[in-house]
Design a protein around this ligand. Structure first.
Ligand code: GDD
Ligand code: MN
Length: 393
């Protein structure tokens, strides 16, 4: 298809970008106050491009300094198209910037790279060539693949945090991250087809798993999980020292990463159902405590007390679900969601009795199995209704 133009070899004599060749690569560089790095970065990138590889560079900028002006001034010096998209509202941080850049560009390969030269620019053509020759949809520049290193991570502290979060992340997504040794890498190439497929899937079905909702630094993880690229290869690299300025990564960014992980892990319905069930089980605690409080030393009827006590469990579950499973993209106001959730949670008490009777009388099941089965059926139904109706997933 038109999207699969081969990338010409280094010296085949074909015309470069200025010669009118269709673009092969959109190089997306997120920037936050990187003014002193721009010239060096663009020089190194343009020097590294083989003849005939048509690359456009788009900086997606959330700076508060003069980075956009520096980029605009530098742009004229290069044969390749260089532009900057400055965002007034820096939604989604680094990851949001990359997604905005993807939407603004069109080449069949998207390469994402930092502006501070910690990601060696000479690898840009190599990543694309590796993807072309392997027919892969994703190429990850990896610090952990044989031949790579992470010397540029300043200090043992960041080294340890990075190592542990890589292991945890891989354990959470064993299948999707098979073959990716460095899921936290900020340097990679992905075919636009793979990204488009995720967007189409998101439109076609209500399962929110398809759309991109990056949160902060880990945009590769977002793409690997939501786009499910069909094949992945890695290119080792040595994470270098920053050329100028300071890292923008903060403790707050680390917390945002944990939220991002929770959101990605519950992006498919089955995983959401498991967490939904686990949270439901924790709801027994407030429910039983409230029942105990309402019935000890009072003459309140235990059935009435349980209907009331159940409401505390429902509220507990609602708060936890909103905090863990349904963090973003919540439709309507919180009051309306709580009402819907509470109605469905109470309805399942009522629904279970006729269901049990059906299992016992029509199917001839013993009452204990009928109860167990009714619990399971009602749980799954409640999950599907809450997930679909209250949260529109
Ligand atoms: N547009 C935009 N908005 N860019 C940002 C933002 C933001 O909010 N925050 C950071 N950036 C830009 C920086 O200007 C830089 O070009 C790039 O994103 C990476 O930021 P650094 O602060 O230099 O990150 P790092 O060196 O600690 O970590 C990077 O490399 C690691 C290894 O590949 C990141 O890419 C990590 O995600 C990655 O694991
Ligand atoms: Mn950096």
């Amino acid at each position: 298809s038109a999207r699969r133009q081969p990338v010409p070899a280094a010296d085949d004599g074909s015309p470069g970008a200025s010669g009118g060749t269709a673009l092969a690569v959109s190089l997306i560089v997120p920037t936050f106050n990187e003014a002193e790095n721009i010239d060096e970065l663009l020089d190194t990138v343009s020097a590294a491009l083989p003849e005939g590889l048509a690359v456009e560079v788009l900086f997606v900028d959330d700076s508060t300094d003069n980075t956009p002006e520096v980029i605009e001034k530098a742009a004229a010096r290069y044969a390749m198209p260089v532009s900057v998209l400055h965002r007034e509202v820096p939604e989604g941080g680094l990851g949001g910037a990359v997604v905005a850049g993807i939407a603004r560009t069109s080449a069949p390969w998207i390469v994402v790279m930092d502006a501070d030269l910690q990601h060696p620019p000479h690898l840009v053509p190599e990543l694309v060539a590796a993807g072309e020759s392997a027919g892969a949809e994703l190429v990850v520049a990896s610090r952990y693949a044989a031949g790579g290193s992470r010397g540029g991570l300043d200090g043992g502290y960041r080294m340890a945090v990075s190592g542990v979060s890589t292991k945890v992340t891989k354990a959470l997504f064993p299948r999707l991250l098979r073959g990716v040794s460095d899921p936290m890498s900020g340097f990679f190439a992905i075919r636009r087809e793979a990204v488009d497929r995720a967007a189409e899937a998101a439109e076609a079905q209500t399962d929110a798993g398809g759309g991109l909702r990056p949160l902060g630094y880990k945009i590769l993880l977002e793409l690997a999980v939501r786009c499910r690229p069909r094949s992945v290869v890695e290119v080792p690299y040595a994470f270098g020292e920053r050329f100028a300025g300071e890292s923008k990564s903060t403790v707050r960014e680390g917390l945002r990463f944990l939220r991002h992980l929770a959101e990605l892990r519950t992006s498919d319905k089955r995983a959401r159902m498991v967490v939904f069930g686990l949270i439901g089980v924790t709801g027994f605690v407030p429910n039983l405590l409230a029942l105990w409080a309402l019935t000890s030393g009072t003459s309140l009827n235990y059935a009435v007390a349980e209907v009331l006590a159940n409401q505390l469990g429902v509220l507990w579950n609602f708060v936890l679900l909103e905090a863990v499973v349904y963090r973003s993209g919540r439709p309507g106001g919180p009051g309306a969601r709580l009402l819907g959730f509470a109605a469905l949670s109470n309805a399942d008490l009522v629904a279970r009795i006729p269901l049990m009777m059906l299992f016992v009388e029509q199917a001839g099941m013993p009452p204990v199995s009928a109860t167990a089965l009714s619990l399971v059926v009602v749980f799954v139904l409640r999950f599907l209704l809450v997930d679909g109706l209250v949260y529109r997933r």
